[in-house]
Design a protein around this ligand. Structure first.
Ligand code: NAD
Ligand code: DAU
Length: 347
Protein backbone atom coordinates (compact mmCIF):
# COMPACT_ATOMS: atom_id res chain seq x y z
CA UNK A 1 0.00 0.00 0.00
CA UNK A 2 1.30 3.48 -0.86
CA UNK A 3 -0.01 5.98 1.69
CA UNK A 4 0.32 9.70 0.99
CA UNK A 5 0.21 12.01 4.02
CA UNK A 6 0.16 15.71 3.12
CA UNK A 7 1.37 18.32 5.63
CA UNK A 8 3.41 15.69 7.46
CA UNK A 9 6.11 18.17 8.49
CA UNK A 10 3.57 20.24 10.43
CA UNK A 11 2.29 19.86 13.97
CA UNK A 12 -0.43 17.20 13.68
CA UNK A 13 0.95 15.70 10.45
CA UNK A 14 4.30 14.84 12.04
CA UNK A 15 2.54 12.84 14.79
CA UNK A 16 0.40 11.09 12.16
CA UNK A 17 3.46 10.19 10.04
CA UNK A 18 5.23 8.73 13.10
CA UNK A 19 2.19 6.69 14.13
CA UNK A 20 1.60 5.33 10.61
CA UNK A 21 5.26 4.35 10.16
CA UNK A 22 4.96 2.31 13.33
CA UNK A 23 1.52 0.84 12.63
CA UNK A 24 2.08 0.01 8.95
CA UNK A 25 5.72 -1.12 8.56
CA UNK A 26 4.90 -3.02 5.36
CA UNK A 27 3.31 0.00 3.65
CA UNK A 28 5.16 2.89 2.08
CA UNK A 29 4.51 6.21 3.81
CA UNK A 30 5.02 9.33 1.68
CA UNK A 31 5.11 12.71 3.43
CA UNK A 32 4.34 15.53 0.99
CA UNK A 33 5.01 19.00 2.38
CA UNK A 34 6.00 22.41 0.96
CA UNK A 35 7.84 23.30 4.19
CA UNK A 36 6.14 26.66 4.70
CA UNK A 37 6.88 28.58 7.91
CA UNK A 38 4.80 25.91 9.71
CA UNK A 39 6.57 22.87 8.24
CA UNK A 40 9.71 21.64 9.93
CA UNK A 41 11.64 18.44 9.18
CA UNK A 42 13.16 18.65 12.67
CA UNK A 43 9.75 17.35 13.81
CA UNK A 44 10.61 14.03 12.12
CA UNK A 45 14.35 13.72 12.83
CA UNK A 46 13.81 10.48 14.76
CA UNK A 47 12.14 8.65 11.83
CA UNK A 48 13.78 10.20 8.75
CA UNK A 49 15.81 7.03 8.06
CA UNK A 50 12.91 4.60 8.42
CA UNK A 51 13.03 2.21 5.43
CA UNK A 52 9.35 2.74 4.52
CA UNK A 53 9.49 6.57 4.69
CA UNK A 54 9.87 9.02 1.78
CA UNK A 55 9.74 12.79 2.01
CA UNK A 56 8.45 14.68 -1.04
CA UNK A 57 9.01 18.43 -0.99
CA UNK A 58 6.11 19.69 -3.09
CA UNK A 59 3.41 22.35 -3.11
CA UNK A 60 -0.24 21.27 -3.31
CA UNK A 61 -1.11 24.53 -5.09
CA UNK A 62 0.87 23.25 -8.11
CA UNK A 63 -1.66 21.16 -10.09
CA UNK A 64 0.88 19.72 -12.55
CA UNK A 65 3.22 18.67 -9.78
CA UNK A 66 0.38 16.90 -7.92
CA UNK A 67 -0.63 15.02 -11.08
CA UNK A 68 2.98 14.01 -11.79
CA UNK A 69 3.47 12.71 -8.22
CA UNK A 70 0.27 10.66 -8.33
CA UNK A 71 1.39 9.18 -11.67
CA UNK A 72 4.86 8.40 -10.36
CA UNK A 73 4.02 6.93 -6.95
CA UNK A 74 0.66 5.24 -7.47
CA UNK A 75 -0.79 6.33 -4.11
CA UNK A 76 -3.60 4.11 -2.82
CA UNK A 77 -4.65 6.23 0.15
CA UNK A 78 -4.41 9.95 0.85
CA UNK A 79 -4.55 11.51 4.32
CA UNK A 80 -4.74 15.23 3.63
CA UNK A 81 -3.56 17.56 6.39
CA UNK A 82 -1.58 20.21 4.46
CA UNK A 83 -3.20 23.58 5.06
CA UNK A 84 -2.77 27.11 6.24
CA UNK A 85 -4.01 26.60 9.79
CA UNK A 86 -3.85 29.83 11.83
CA UNK A 87 -6.97 32.02 12.15
CA UNK A 88 -5.07 35.28 12.81
CA UNK A 89 -2.99 34.83 9.65
CA UNK A 90 -6.19 34.19 7.67
CA UNK A 91 -7.53 37.58 8.78
CA UNK A 92 -4.37 39.22 7.38
CA UNK A 93 -4.21 37.25 4.13
CA UNK A 94 -7.44 35.39 3.19
CA UNK A 95 -6.32 34.71 -0.39
CA UNK A 96 -3.42 32.54 0.75
CA UNK A 97 -5.95 30.39 2.61
CA UNK A 98 -8.11 30.05 -0.50
CA UNK A 99 -5.04 29.06 -2.54
CA UNK A 100 -3.73 26.44 -0.13
CA UNK A 101 -6.88 25.12 1.51
CA UNK A 102 -9.32 25.21 -1.42
CA UNK A 103 -7.24 25.16 -4.63
CA UNK A 104 -4.62 22.88 -3.05
CA UNK A 105 -7.31 20.40 -1.99
CA UNK A 106 -8.88 20.54 -5.47
CA UNK A 107 -5.52 19.79 -7.07
CA UNK A 108 -5.18 16.68 -4.90
CA UNK A 109 -8.77 15.62 -5.63
CA UNK A 110 -8.21 16.06 -9.38
CA UNK A 111 -4.98 14.07 -9.34
CA UNK A 112 -6.53 11.28 -7.25
CA UNK A 113 -9.59 11.14 -9.50
CA UNK A 114 -7.53 11.05 -12.71
CA UNK A 115 -5.44 8.10 -11.48
CA UNK A 116 -8.12 6.22 -9.53
CA UNK A 117 -11.24 6.60 -11.69
CA UNK A 118 -10.82 3.32 -13.64
CA UNK A 119 -11.05 1.39 -10.40
CA UNK A 120 -11.80 2.95 -7.02
CA UNK A 121 -11.39 -0.28 -5.06
CA UNK A 122 -8.87 -0.03 -2.24
CA UNK A 123 -8.65 3.76 -2.63
CA UNK A 124 -9.41 6.44 -0.02
CA UNK A 125 -9.20 10.23 0.15
CA UNK A 126 -9.29 11.06 3.87
CA UNK A 127 -9.64 14.80 4.46
CA UNK A 128 -8.65 16.25 7.84
CA UNK A 129 -10.82 19.19 8.83
CA UNK A 130 -11.77 21.28 11.81
CA UNK A 131 -14.74 21.94 14.11
CA UNK A 132 -14.45 25.64 13.16
CA UNK A 133 -16.51 24.96 10.01
CA UNK A 134 -19.59 24.72 12.28
CA UNK A 135 -19.20 28.33 13.48
CA UNK A 136 -19.80 29.39 17.05
CA UNK A 137 -21.91 27.88 19.86
CA UNK A 138 -23.78 29.78 22.57
CA UNK A 139 -23.42 28.63 26.15
CA UNK A 140 -25.38 25.40 25.45
CA UNK A 141 -25.12 22.55 22.94
CA UNK A 142 -22.43 20.65 21.07
CA UNK A 143 -21.38 20.30 17.42
CA UNK A 144 -22.58 16.99 15.96
CA UNK A 145 -21.94 15.59 12.49
CA UNK A 146 -25.36 17.00 11.50
CA UNK A 147 -24.65 20.60 12.59
CA UNK A 148 -24.94 22.98 9.60
CA UNK A 149 -21.76 24.65 8.38
CA UNK A 150 -21.55 28.31 9.44
CA UNK A 151 -17.90 29.43 9.25
CA UNK A 152 -16.93 32.89 10.52
CA UNK A 153 -13.23 33.37 9.71
CA UNK A 154 -11.42 33.23 6.36
CA UNK A 155 -9.62 30.14 7.75
CA UNK A 156 -12.81 28.29 8.65
CA UNK A 157 -14.51 29.42 5.41
CA UNK A 158 -11.60 27.99 3.41
CA UNK A 159 -11.70 24.71 5.37
CA UNK A 160 -15.49 24.54 4.89
CA UNK A 161 -14.96 25.10 1.15
CA UNK A 162 -12.44 22.27 1.01
CA UNK A 163 -14.81 19.93 2.91
CA UNK A 164 -17.61 20.73 0.45
CA UNK A 165 -15.36 19.94 -2.52
CA UNK A 166 -14.29 16.61 -1.04
CA UNK A 167 -17.92 15.64 -0.47
CA UNK A 168 -18.89 16.91 -3.96
CA UNK A 169 -16.18 14.74 -5.59
CA UNK A 170 -17.64 11.78 -3.72
CA UNK A 171 -21.21 12.51 -4.83
CA UNK A 172 -20.38 13.58 -8.40
CA UNK A 173 -17.54 11.28 -9.40
CA UNK A 174 -17.77 8.48 -6.84
CA UNK A 175 -14.39 9.31 -5.27
CA UNK A 176 -14.11 7.29 -2.01
CA UNK A 177 -13.67 9.76 0.84
CA UNK A 178 -13.97 10.31 4.59
CA UNK A 179 -13.88 13.64 6.43
CA UNK A 180 -13.12 14.22 10.11
CA UNK A 181 -13.62 17.48 12.00
CA UNK A 182 -11.53 17.89 15.12
CA UNK A 183 -11.40 20.36 17.99
CA UNK A 184 -8.33 22.30 19.23
CA UNK A 185 -5.15 20.23 19.42
CA UNK A 186 -2.19 20.87 21.70
CA UNK A 187 1.07 19.05 22.38
CA UNK A 188 4.73 18.82 21.30
CA UNK A 189 5.85 20.43 18.02
CA UNK A 190 3.02 22.98 17.75
CA UNK A 191 4.16 26.24 16.18
CA UNK A 192 4.22 29.02 18.81
CA UNK A 193 1.57 31.16 17.11
CA UNK A 194 -1.26 29.08 18.63
CA UNK A 195 -2.46 29.84 22.18
CA UNK A 196 -0.73 27.13 24.25
CA UNK A 197 2.79 27.11 22.71
CA UNK A 198 2.75 30.91 22.32
CA UNK A 199 1.97 31.33 26.01
CA UNK A 200 4.56 28.73 27.07
CA UNK A 201 7.21 30.53 25.01
CA UNK A 202 6.20 33.93 26.43
CA UNK A 203 6.22 32.60 30.00
CA UNK A 204 9.74 31.19 29.48
CA UNK A 205 10.88 34.58 28.16
CA UNK A 206 8.82 36.56 30.72
CA UNK A 207 6.93 38.37 27.96
CA UNK A 208 3.27 39.54 28.19
CA UNK A 209 0.57 36.87 27.70
CA UNK A 210 -1.87 38.51 25.25
CA UNK A 211 -5.44 37.42 26.12
CA UNK A 212 -7.93 38.38 23.40
CA UNK A 213 -11.11 40.17 24.53
CA UNK A 214 -12.55 39.12 27.90
CA UNK A 215 -10.80 35.72 27.96
CA UNK A 216 -14.15 33.93 28.35
CA UNK A 217 -13.94 32.22 24.94
CA UNK A 218 -14.23 28.44 25.19
CA UNK A 219 -12.40 25.68 23.34
CA UNK A 220 -12.45 21.86 23.56
CA UNK A 221 -8.83 20.66 23.86
CA UNK A 222 -7.40 17.36 22.65
CA UNK A 223 -3.84 16.04 23.01
CA UNK A 224 -2.32 15.74 19.52
CA UNK A 225 -1.42 12.07 19.89
CA UNK A 226 -5.05 11.28 20.64
CA UNK A 227 -6.00 13.07 17.40
CA UNK A 228 -3.41 10.96 15.52
CA UNK A 229 -4.92 7.82 17.12
CA UNK A 230 -8.40 8.92 16.03
CA UNK A 231 -7.13 9.47 12.47
CA UNK A 232 -5.70 5.95 12.43
CA UNK A 233 -8.94 4.41 13.73
CA UNK A 234 -10.98 6.28 11.11
CA UNK A 235 -8.47 5.36 8.37
CA UNK A 236 -8.74 1.70 9.33
CA UNK A 237 -12.41 1.28 10.23
CA UNK A 238 -14.26 4.43 9.13
CA UNK A 239 -17.09 4.10 6.61
CA UNK A 240 -16.56 5.76 3.25
CA UNK A 241 -18.72 8.84 2.64
CA UNK A 242 -19.06 9.48 6.38
CA UNK A 243 -17.99 12.38 8.58
CA UNK A 244 -16.58 11.87 12.09
CA UNK A 245 -16.29 14.54 14.77
CA UNK A 246 -13.25 14.23 17.07
CA UNK A 247 -13.03 16.06 20.40
CA UNK A 248 -11.59 15.88 23.86
CA UNK A 249 -14.78 16.06 25.99
CA UNK A 250 -12.69 18.81 27.56
CA UNK A 251 -14.01 22.38 27.49
CA UNK A 252 -12.06 25.25 29.02
CA UNK A 253 -12.47 29.01 28.96
CA UNK A 254 -9.23 30.57 27.75
CA UNK A 255 -8.62 32.38 31.04
CA UNK A 256 -9.07 29.24 33.18
CA UNK A 257 -6.73 27.34 30.88
CA UNK A 258 -4.16 30.15 31.02
CA UNK A 259 -4.28 30.19 34.83
CA UNK A 260 -3.63 26.44 34.96
CA UNK A 261 -0.82 26.75 32.40
CA UNK A 262 0.81 29.56 34.42
CA UNK A 263 0.68 27.50 37.63
CA UNK A 264 2.22 24.43 35.96
CA UNK A 265 4.98 26.49 34.33
CA UNK A 266 5.90 28.26 37.60
CA UNK A 267 6.21 24.84 39.23
CA UNK A 268 8.31 23.42 36.36
CA UNK A 269 10.62 26.45 36.30
CA UNK A 270 10.86 26.70 40.07
CA UNK A 271 9.45 30.23 40.02
CA UNK A 272 7.42 31.74 42.87
CA UNK A 273 3.70 30.88 42.61
CA UNK A 274 1.84 33.66 40.74
CA UNK A 275 4.90 34.84 38.74
CA UNK A 276 3.56 33.88 35.31
CA UNK A 277 0.01 35.09 36.03
CA UNK A 278 1.45 38.60 36.43
CA UNK A 279 2.30 38.48 32.70
CA UNK A 280 -1.39 38.20 31.67
CA UNK A 281 -2.38 41.21 29.55
CA UNK A 282 -5.83 41.72 28.05
CA UNK A 283 -5.53 42.91 24.44
CA UNK A 284 -7.83 43.85 21.55
CA UNK A 285 -10.13 40.99 20.53
CA UNK A 286 -9.71 38.88 17.39
CA UNK A 287 -12.26 40.07 14.76
CA UNK A 288 -15.07 37.54 14.21
CA UNK A 289 -13.87 35.60 17.27
CA UNK A 290 -15.98 32.44 17.76
CA UNK A 291 -17.29 32.36 21.33
CA UNK A 292 -17.41 28.65 21.98
CA UNK A 293 -16.52 25.36 20.30
CA UNK A 294 -17.46 21.97 21.78
CA UNK A 295 -17.58 18.64 20.02
CA UNK A 296 -19.99 15.79 20.52
CA UNK A 297 -17.64 12.87 19.80
CA UNK A 298 -20.23 10.18 20.55
CA UNK A 299 -20.23 8.78 17.00
CA UNK A 300 -16.50 7.95 16.89
CA UNK A 301 -16.68 6.71 20.49
CA UNK A 302 -19.63 4.36 19.90
CA UNK A 303 -18.94 3.24 16.34
CA UNK A 304 -15.14 3.11 16.25
CA UNK A 305 -14.41 2.70 19.99
CA UNK A 306 -12.05 5.67 20.15
CA UNK A 307 -11.76 7.99 23.11
CA UNK A 308 -9.05 10.30 24.42
CA UNK A 309 -6.32 8.49 26.36
CA UNK A 310 -4.55 11.49 27.91
CA UNK A 311 -6.15 13.77 30.52
CA UNK A 312 -5.74 17.51 30.09
CA UNK A 313 -3.57 17.82 33.20
CA UNK A 314 -1.24 15.05 31.97
CA UNK A 315 -1.19 16.41 28.42
CA UNK A 316 -0.42 19.98 29.49
CA UNK A 317 2.36 18.80 31.82
CA UNK A 318 3.89 16.69 29.02
CA UNK A 319 3.60 19.62 26.60
CA UNK A 320 5.25 22.10 28.95
CA UNK A 321 8.13 19.76 29.67
CA UNK A 322 8.57 19.06 25.92
CA UNK A 323 8.96 22.80 25.21
CA UNK A 324 11.34 23.25 28.15
CA UNK A 325 13.46 20.31 27.00
CA UNK A 326 13.47 21.37 23.35
CA UNK A 327 14.71 24.94 23.58
CA UNK A 328 16.73 24.55 20.35
CA UNK A 329 13.58 23.63 18.44
CA UNK A 330 11.79 26.63 19.97
CA UNK A 331 14.66 28.98 19.19
CA UNK A 332 14.86 27.63 15.63
CA UNK A 333 11.21 28.37 14.88
CA UNK A 334 11.08 31.74 16.67
CA UNK A 335 14.02 33.32 14.87
CA UNK A 336 13.76 35.04 11.47
CA UNK A 337 10.25 35.50 10.04
CA UNK A 338 8.54 34.73 13.37
CA UNK A 339 9.85 38.01 14.80
CA UNK A 340 8.18 39.96 11.96
CA UNK A 341 4.90 38.06 12.47
CA UNK A 342 5.01 38.67 16.23
CA UNK A 343 5.64 42.39 15.81
CA UNK A 344 2.74 42.79 13.37
CA UNK A 345 0.30 40.74 15.45
CA UNK A 346 1.11 41.86 18.99
CA UNK A 347 3.31 44.96 19.19
P1 NAD B 1 0.36 23.27 10.72
O1 NAD B 1 0.17 24.67 10.26
O2 NAD B 1 1.18 22.97 11.90
O3 NAD B 1 0.96 22.40 9.51
C1 NAD B 1 0.55 22.53 8.20
C2 NAD B 1 1.54 21.81 7.30
O4 NAD B 1 1.09 21.96 5.94
C3 NAD B 1 2.95 22.40 7.36
O5 NAD B 1 3.91 21.37 7.45
C4 NAD B 1 3.09 23.15 6.05
O6 NAD B 1 4.42 23.20 5.56
C5 NAD B 1 2.19 22.32 5.14
N1 NAD B 1 1.70 23.11 4.00
C6 NAD B 1 1.13 24.34 4.05
N2 NAD B 1 0.87 24.76 2.79
C7 NAD B 1 1.26 23.77 1.95
C8 NAD B 1 1.25 23.61 0.54
N3 NAD B 1 0.79 24.57 -0.26
N4 NAD B 1 1.71 22.45 0.02
C9 NAD B 1 2.19 21.47 0.82
N5 NAD B 1 2.26 21.57 2.16
C10 NAD B 1 1.80 22.71 2.72
O7 NAD B 1 -1.12 22.69 10.87
P2 NAD B 1 -1.70 21.66 11.94
O8 NAD B 1 -2.13 22.41 13.13
O9 NAD B 1 -0.80 20.51 12.06
O10 NAD B 1 -3.04 21.21 11.17
C11 NAD B 1 -3.02 20.15 10.22
C12 NAD B 1 -4.41 19.98 9.65
O11 NAD B 1 -5.34 19.69 10.69
C13 NAD B 1 -4.95 21.22 8.94
O12 NAD B 1 -5.67 20.80 7.81
C14 NAD B 1 -5.87 21.87 9.96
O13 NAD B 1 -6.89 22.59 9.33
C15 NAD B 1 -6.40 20.63 10.67
N6 NAD B 1 -6.80 20.84 12.08
C16 NAD B 1 -5.95 21.44 12.97
C17 NAD B 1 -6.33 21.58 14.32
C18 NAD B 1 -5.42 22.22 15.34
O14 NAD B 1 -5.86 22.44 16.47
N7 NAD B 1 -4.19 22.53 15.02
C19 NAD B 1 -7.58 21.09 14.73
C20 NAD B 1 -8.43 20.48 13.79
C21 NAD B 1 -8.03 20.36 12.48
O1 DAU C 1 -10.88 24.23 16.69
C1 DAU C 1 -9.88 23.73 15.85
C2 DAU C 1 -8.97 24.87 15.44
O2 DAU C 1 -8.23 25.22 16.60
C3 DAU C 1 -8.04 24.50 14.30
O3 DAU C 1 -8.78 24.24 13.14
C4 DAU C 1 -7.04 25.63 14.03
O4 DAU C 1 -6.11 25.22 13.04
C5 DAU C 1 -6.31 25.95 15.31
O5 DAU C 1 -5.48 27.07 15.09
C6 DAU C 1 -7.29 26.26 16.44
O6 DAU C 1 -7.99 27.51 16.22
P1 DAU C 1 -8.22 28.59 17.39
O7 DAU C 1 -8.41 29.90 16.77
O8 DAU C 1 -9.24 28.12 18.35
O9 DAU C 1 -6.78 28.45 18.12
P2 DAU C 1 -5.78 29.55 18.71
O10 DAU C 1 -4.71 28.79 19.41
O11 DAU C 1 -5.38 30.56 17.70
O12 DAU C 1 -6.68 30.29 19.80
C7 DAU C 1 -7.29 29.58 20.87
C8 DAU C 1 -8.08 30.58 21.69
O13 DAU C 1 -7.15 31.48 22.34
C9 DAU C 1 -8.99 31.47 20.86
O14 DAU C 1 -10.17 31.77 21.59
C10 DAU C 1 -8.19 32.75 20.67
C11 DAU C 1 -7.38 32.84 21.97
N1 DAU C 1 -6.06 33.51 21.83
C12 DAU C 1 -5.21 33.06 20.87
C13 DAU C 1 -3.99 33.65 20.69
C14 DAU C 1 -3.04 33.17 19.60
C15 DAU C 1 -5.71 34.54 22.68
O15 DAU C 1 -6.49 34.92 23.58
N2 DAU C 1 -4.49 35.13 22.50
C16 DAU C 1 -3.61 34.74 21.53
O16 DAU C 1 -2.52 35.35 21.41
Amino acid sequence: MNILITGGAGFIGSHVVRLFLKSYPKDKIYNLDALTYAGNLENLKDIEDAPNYTFLKADITDAEEMMALFEEHDFDKVIHLAAESHVDRSIEDPLQFVKTNIIGTLNLLNAALAIWKKDFSGKLFYHISTDEVYGSLGSEGLFTEETAYDPNSPYSASKAGSDHFVRAYGETYGLPYIISNCSNNYGPNQFPEKLIPLFINNCINEKPLPVYGDGQYTRDWLYVIDHARAIEVIYKNGIQGETYNIGGFNEWTNIDLIHMLCELIDKELGRAPGSSKKLITYVKDRPGHDRRYAIDATKIKNELHWEPSVTFEEGLAKTISWYLNNSEWLQGVTSGNYKEYYKKQYL
